[in-house]
Design a protein around this ligand. Structure first.
Ligand SMILES: Nc1nc2c(ncn2[C@@H]2O[C@H](COP(=O)(O)OP(=O)(O)OP(=O)(O)O)[C@@H](O)[C@H]2O)c(=O)[nH]1
Ligand SMILES: [Mg+2]
Length: 255
């Protein structure tokens, strides 16, 4: 079939394949959530309702995209690990990134009312996204360890910061100055001696983020493909994503 004289413009649409045989990590991050959290009255430093909306949206994404084996979330971000051999959308970069970002965003809006029954959305939230390609399991392990360490560092800072402001009566400028150059031990000490807060006793989700992992259901075969095990998504808050985590779940890092 001959194209119209206009059809040549199609040639300007270039292919954008992701490298074959690489692990894909897609990280989404709330756009201007500093403002979004203020406008929707999130509690500081952590709002459990807000974290539950993020977890619910990520779970929906994993239910829709079976090649996502693991996801990790904290604050306004979520990272998704796709299996190395995924053929999702023929590994087209923009197609994967835009559909995951838009599906996550609409799931966030979809799940919002359940967790914020008394707070209607004041405006539509949005998320940005990127895909990083990692050649080996080592980088994937280190990637998730990096995000989880970041959660801990940020949470310790934010918890101490807001204790100084909310309970200690400091201005935000003063609180920043108090914390400047402090090591983590000193922040623990400020929390405990001044405010009676034992950091280690805070909810695991605040300190370690949310891990959603596709686990093998022992002894059960997939209904559609009997050569495969049945997988179920489980939400873990207390796991360290360290060597013991990965070693117990070798299926996450196979081809
Ligand atoms: N109060 C409160 N704020 C939160 C919570 N989770 C995320 N936020 C806000 O979301 C921000 C997330 O950090 P960033 O992603 O660096 O900042 P951002 O405003 O989203 O900016 P961009 O991502 O660059 O668009 C935090 O700085 C907080 O202001 C929460 O549980 N409670
Ligand atoms: Mg953000």
């Amino acid at each position: 079939m001959a194209g119209s004289k206009y059809a040549y413009v199609r040639n300007f649409e270039l292919p954008d394949p992701l490298l074959p045989g690489t692990f894909l990590v897609c990280r989404l991050d709330g756009h201007s959530f500093h403002r979004f959290s203020d406008e929707h009255g999130f509690s500081k430093p952590n709002d459990e309702r807000a974290l539950r909306v993020m977890d619910a949206a990520a779970q929906s994404v994993m239910e829709e995209y079976k090649d996502i084996l693991l996801s990790f979330g904290e604050s306004d971000e979520f990272s998704f690990l796709l299996r190395k051999s995924t053929q999702l959308y023929n590994r087209r970069h923009a197609k994967i990134l835009t559909t995951l970002t838009s599906y996550f965003t609409s799931c966030y809006v979809f799940h919002w009312p359940k967790h914020f029954p008394d707070t209607p959305l004041r405006y539509p939230p949005s998320f940005d996204g990127r895909i990083v390609q990692y050649p080996s399991a080592r980088e994937v392990r280190d990637y998730f360890a990096w995000r989880q360490v970041d959660t801990h560092i940020n949470n310790l800072y934010n918890t101490t910061f807001w204790a100084l402001v909310q309970q200690g009566g400091q201005s935000t400028t003063q609180a920043h100055a108090t914390l400047k150059g402090t090591f983590s031990k000193q922040k623990h000490e400020i929390l405990f001696s001044r405010f009676g807060i034992n950091y280690n006793a805070l909810p695991e989700q605040f300190k370690k983020g949310s891990v959603l992992v596709r686990e093998i259901v022992q002894g059960k075969r997939d209904k559609k493909d009997s050569s495969r095990d049945t997988m179920a998504i489980s939400l873990v808050h207390c796991d360290i994503i360290g060597d013991a985590f990965w070693d117990a779940r070798p299926h996450l890092l196979v081809e």
